[in-house]
Design a protein around this ligand. Structure first.
Ligand SMILES: [Zn+2]
Length: 531
């Protein structure tokens, strides 16, 4: 090659680099062998899950169990050799709630135990109560008048019987090649309908008004049918974690088959006597909540940080196994693998186990605003509780120095299903990087990249301030049909092979992010930034 030619080649490379192209992203294949061996031969991911789900149990934000999980995860990460394991408080979140004892029976016309579960943050019965059931149909405040003066001393069932169909398909859902192909094609995100916000506000206001109505009318308890069937019930909150708000009457969600039985009896004008005993506690001593953090220190670029994380808070009727002890255990396992292999990452690797995710990504949002970038505090209490996607223009962004030092955040929170790829979150510049990093995992079923966004979990807190935050594509398995926020979100519904494979992929992504020369490319910082 002549000197003249070399000059031209160099010039062309310069052009390519300037225009955003670069040579193929390096992959450390020998380390990947070691990561795979460590995990597939010495995995601790299911042991972590048994501790979180079986020993600690459900982890509602504010509850003593979640605080226990904070302490246990911190100690566990420390015992695996992580540095700087600690808790960081955020809040005030509000009051905690925990359930000590619950039973519900039909006493007549036949004796039968029933499948149900109390909603979080609702009142206990202060001793077993036995009363007659009555059915109402209240869907809006305009329905209140029909029932005024008629609910005193009764157990109120709200809603008609719902038809239950047989199941003719297997529940366990995995992406087919065709579905993955479709997912890899971009779909322009649907624009938010302007009425969505109003509908949300209206729903919330109705729920509050309904709680007050039942208290004013001296109803003894509220029972609602659960979505789903087959003995699985889906249960979230009924009352409020804000100490100043009304907890409402004891409120239960019942398995649809049992609910339907009572409604059919009432529709036949038969008297139904129920007995309910809910013993629960509100915890007001500490209104703060806590995230667990720990690190593997970096070397020559130790001030720069790569984060991975998952929310470890859950709903309360199961043990929060797939939502989200799974992601918690996978991210902890990725840290354990890297520590066990004694890797020396260039950047610091930091794990964050969030809380308050189920109440609106609260723990991760607080962390991001404490460490990376903040917007003015919202003052309207109704606005504060709104999902991120519905909140009004949030005001100017103020960047903190660490904003420039975070390379990327990787989140795991889509259940137990194995990782099939990554949502690029509209960030085209990471495509070629992640493509190279996924290549070693085609045999684990992970090879799909999509420019699409995915929402609903903690990577959004980073994305909202212009930091690269990603969530993996995961097989659904039984998330929608069986486990998500249900009484069957328990250890036995976890897929151990999927979780081991996920741990390997997360460990490798985090390591490669921590060792590449440059930070992960970013999207433009959202409007109104004040650097
Ligand atoms: Zn959830």
């Amino acid at each position: 090659m002549s000197l003249h030619m070399m000059g031209r080649v160099a010039l062309c490379w310069a052009c390519l680099l300037v225009s955003g192209w670069s040579a193929e992203e390096p992959v450390d294949w020998s380390l990947i062998t070691r990561i795979r061996q460590e995990e597939f031969m010495h995995s601790k991911v299911m042991e972590t899950l048994s501790q979180l789900c079986d020993a600690i149990g459900p982890r509602l934000t504010g509850s003593p169990q979640l605080k226990k999980a904070n302490e246990w995860t911190k100690d566990q990460l420390q015992s695996w050799g992580m540095s700087n394991a600690h808790l960081e408080s955020w809040g005030p979140f509000g009051r905690g709630w925990s359930l000590q004892h619950f039973s519900i029976h039909m006493l007549s016309p036949d004796a039968a135990p029933l499948i149900a579960f109390p909603k979080a943050w609702t009142e206990g019965t202060h001793g077993a109560i036995s009363a007659e059931a009555t059915k109402i149909n209240v869907q809006a405040e305009t329905d209140f008048d029909k029932y005024r003066g008629k609910l005193n001393g009764l157990i109120v069932l709200n809603g008609d019987a719902r038809e239950v169909k047989g199941h003719d398909q297997a529940e366990l859902r995995r992406y087919s090649e065709q579905q993955l192909g479709e997912l890899s094609l971009y779909a322009i995100p649907p624009r938010r309908r302007p009425e969505e916000r109003d509908e949300y506000v209206k729903r919330e206001r109705f729920q509050k008004a309904f709680r007050k109505f039942l208290v004013d009318e001296k109803a003894l308890a509220l029972v609602e049918p659960s979505p789903g069937d087959g003995g699985t019930i889906f249960v979230a909150k009924g009352g409020s974690y804000k100490p100043e708000e009304l907890a409402g009457v004891p409120s239960l969600v019942m398995a649809v088959e049992h609910y339907n039985r009572i409604v059919r009896l009432l529709d036949h004008k038969m008297k139904v006597q129920l007995e309910i005993d809910v013993r629960c506690s509100f915890h007001d001593a500490d209104l703060m909540a806590y995230n667990t953090l720990a690190e593997i220190p970096g070397t020559d670029k130790k001030d720069e940080v790569v984060m991975l994380g998952a929310h470890m808070d859950s709903w309360h009727s199961g043990t929060g196994a797939t939502d989200n002890a799974a992601g918690t255990a996978v991210t902890m396992e990725a840290m354990r693998i890297l520590r066990a292999l004694d890797v020396k990452p260039r950047r610091t690797i930091r794990i964050a186990l969030w809380t308050g995710e189920e109440q609106g990504l609260k723990g991760s949002r607080a962390y991001v605003s404490q460490h990376f970038a903040s917007r003015p505090e919202l003052t309207d209490p109704e606005e504060k509780e709104m999902p991120l996607s519905l909140q009004k223009e949030p005001g100017p962004l103020t960047l903190k120095p660490q904003h420039a030092e975070l390379s990327a955040y990787f989140n795991v929170d889509n259940g137990t299903g194995k990782i099939r790829g990554v949502y690029l979150q509209d960030n085209a510049a990471v495509h070629q990087i992640f493509e190279a990093w996924l290549k070693p995992f085609a045999d684990l079923g992970a090879s799909t990249l999509t420019m699409r966004n995915t929402g609903g979990t903690d990577h959004l807190s980073f994305d909202a301030v212009g930091l690269p935050g990603f969530q993996f594509i995961q097989d659904e398995v039984e998330y929608g049909s069986r486990t998500h926020h249900s009484n069957m979100d328990v250890y036995d519904r976890l897929q151990s092979d999927d979780l081991m494979k996920a741990s390997v992929i997360v460990a490798s992504f985090v390591y490669h992010t921590a060792t590449r020369d440059a930070l992960i490319p970013r999207k433009p910082i959202p409007q109104e930034a004040l650097p």
